[in-house]
Design a protein around this ligand. Structure first.
Ligand SMILES: NC(=O)c1ccc[n+]([C@@H]2O[C@H](COP(=O)([O-])OP(=O)(O)OC[C@H]3O[C@@H](n4cnc5c(N)ncnc54)[C@H](OP(=O)(O)O)[C@@H]3O)[C@@H](O)[C@H]2O)c1
Length: 272
């Protein structure tokens, strides 16, 4: 199995790539320096020279707040870059797996979003990721679109909170934004399972089950690690940010992953 992995240097890629090694699969791990997906000419030149069986497309412009001020950059990576990568999949007639986001929804629902629910992004990041989904769907039927949310893994939010707890005893965290914290390890295993089992092509929601606010999530991190940090629950309006965030963005993933608390507990247990 020869795989192109874009975004290999990111939060998710860093967890996924060692697990691809364990499968014995050959893969080409790319970041923006060695393979800029927005450079249409370069992408097509390189891709004419190599032979592939599968594309895992993780590369993305992921800074939600900065995307509001830099929509061209967000669309350049998330739409045009994704179109370039999708066209390779089409040309070589190979499957492509694209990781998308809960931000394609507006968060106004009161029940978990199904894959068939209408999308309606409320920030530039979500709009550009949805544009990426559409490029993939337009280019090839052989696609997997995995929507996920609130990823944490080595060097991400959970680790940042543990470092924070070494220096501070109090933190304010928003309590009126609800989602599904999902570990990059759990998602990576699902990516591998999807490829190995030749699952039917289409859109999937892949998150842990249950739901939490950022304040719930943060409290649980400190509780499980026995860190004495007071979490003050605040409203989003007390912490204005450039990009709107969907208020309720729980994805209905059919309980394919464990409850978020169990996953978090496993992640923390594996840390020193
Ligand atoms: N993190 C989350 O909570 C979350 C939630 C839902 C969905 N997602 C999606 O999951 C995917 C992976 O997220 P992540 O958190 O791992 O992202 P990340 O840590 O921000 O990493 C982004 C990756 O994309 C690469 N990249 C950016 N611009 C590029 C370009 N022009 N050409 C080639 N590569 C480029 C980066 O390479 P460099 O290192 O060279 O910059 C990096 O490897 C993204 O598509 C994101 O939209 C993430």
């Amino acid at each position: 199995m020869r795989i192109l992995v874009t975004g290999a240097s990111g939060l998710l890629g860093k967890t996924l790539c060692p697990l691809l090694d364990e499968q014995g699969w050959q893969y080409w791990a790319c970041n923006s320096k060695i393979f800029d997906i927005t450079n249409t000419k370069m992408v097509s030149e390189i891709m004419n020279k190599i032979s592939l069986d599968f594309i895992i497309h993780l590369a993305g412009y992921t800074n939600i707040d900065q995307a509001e001020d830099n929509p061209e950059m967000a669309y350049s990576v998330n739409q045009i870059g994704t179109r370039n990568i999708a066209n390779i999949a089409k040309k070589h007639d190979i499957p492509i797996l694209y990781v998308s986001t809960d931000n394609v929804f507006d968060g106004k629902s009161d029940k978990p979003y199904k894959t068939t629910d209408a999308t309606n992004p409320i920030n530039v990041y979500g709009k550009s990721k949805l544009a990426g989904e559409r490029e993939i769907i337009k280019a090839t039927k052989k696609h997997y679109i995995l929507r996920t949310s609130w990823l944490y893994g080595a060097g991400g939010y959970v680790d940042a909170m543990l470092t924070f707890s070494n220096f501070r005893k109090e933190i304010s965290v928003v309590d009126d934004q609800i989602g599904c914290p999902t570990s990059t390890h759990d998602l990576s295993l699902k990516i591998i399972e999807t490829i190995k089992e030749n699952k039917p092509f289409g859109i999937y929601h892949v998150t842990t089950s249950g739901s939490a606010s950022w304040a719930d999530f943060t409290k649980k991190i400190f509780e499980l690690k026995k860190r004495n940090v007071e979490v003050n629950a605040i409203d989003k309006s007390d912490f204005p940010r450039p990009a709107l965030r969907p208020k309720y963005c729980v994805l209905d993933s059919g309980d394919i992953l464990p409850n978020w608390e169990n996953s978090l507990s496993e992640y923390l247990a594996a840390k020193k």
